[in-house]
Design a protein around this ligand. Sequence first.
Ligand code: ADP
Ligand code: MG
Length: 447
Amino acid sequence: MIETVHLYRPRGSARLALEARDPEVLLSGPAGTGKSRAALEKLLLQALKYPGMRGAIIRKVQATLGSTALKTWREHVAPEALANRTVWFYGGSAEEPAQYRFANGSTIVLGGMDKPSKIMSAEYDVAFVQEATELTVSDWEAITTRLRNGRLPYQQLIADCNPDMPTHWLKARCDRGATRIIECRHEDNPVLYDEPEPGTCVLTVPGAAYMSKLDALTGVRHLRLRKGLWVAAEGMIFDEWSSDAHIVDAMPAGWETWQRYWSIDFGYTNPFVCQSWAEDPDGRLWLYREWYMTGRTVDRHARDILSVVAPKGHWAEPRPHLIVADHDAENRARFEAELGLGTTNADKNVKDGIETVQRRLRPAGDGRPRLFFLRTALVERDETLEDARKPCSTIEEIPGYVWAPSPDGRPVKEEPVKINDHGCDAMRYLCKELDPLSRPSIRVMRW
Ligand SMILES: Nc1ncnc2c1ncn2[C@@H]1O[C@H](COP(=O)(O)OP(=O)(O)O)[C@@H](O)[C@H]1O
Ligand SMILES: [Mg+2]
């Protein structure tokens, strides 16, 4: 038998993660500290050590697991075990979720809380939840009820995330002690920092390149992804925003026939944004599809959009009643020619546009807002933006969309900071178009 060696040296917070036996553990920290790696290494160890162990790797949307946690699993955590068939992949069936199966009888299933039925009917010893801030508290609690397989001396929900709002339910859960939080640091990742002697840290060459990307981030993204802080942006423009209230996992029944609107913000170096909205009978707007992409021409975008809305030349959904676009005449002409649809010039009054969005985000008389976002609206993730850790969709822009500070540093609610605002621009064009602001107007009385 050929012996294979798998090397992983956990340091600092990663070591704490491996040793933790608490029922709920959250690895919280900025991007690239080794959180996901530590959790996956722990799962592998547990699966090998306890035959018959049942684990789960879960993310809110199952489709997003492949490019993230599972990539790390295949490339860094389990390549040796996969190569010598200690573990193999099973693609799943109508009854069973996709999973990794081990020669010793252990299994690790893969799933998303967007389609929970397959994974939530079984019992587990441990579950790793990736990007746990995406979950609702009921998702989280549902997972804890499944942890009772009894093959390990302890059962555990281990999760990782980048920090979010300070008011997030997961942070509150940690603050009141229900979940143990382990703060992860860049210095704990040996790819980024060498530790020639215990307690000393030296940036590696790839570390310097990676950290300079994070250093270039601004605002709330810098605070969260570089510094690992649970903060809200100072001067946040859409401060009514809450992922619980505004993001939905599915469109409501009957939406197929609702009126459609598109909203466009052109860009090449900056992302091109095209949002498709559906309007329900009560006038609420639902963002159900979005293109958010740099480095492609308008002709290319128009063709990509057509291939989705009208595959093989037949419209698969209602044509947009209205397309609002920014004032770029050349790009509008090209877009119109390619799609055979006319566009309307957006009203570019920024403050009014923002106000119409703010009103829609606020709960109305029935307690519900007037603006919703489908979690899976994004058609394709832009790898260039992802790599630069910039927002990759409108949903990702909103928490960092802030008022420009006045010279004395205080936000003055006049002008937004004009970066990472492309989806927010498209959104305000449409809201402004549909909701005329009711300002006190002067009535001319004749008698
Ligand atoms: N102890 C370690 N040894 C070797 N590589 C590591 C270690 N910790 C993290 N890495 C690598 O660093 C990269 C970032 O780690 P990852 O777990 O994805 O970070 P995070 O989840 O915190 O964003 C991955 O390629 C991972 O394999
Ligand atoms: Mg990660």
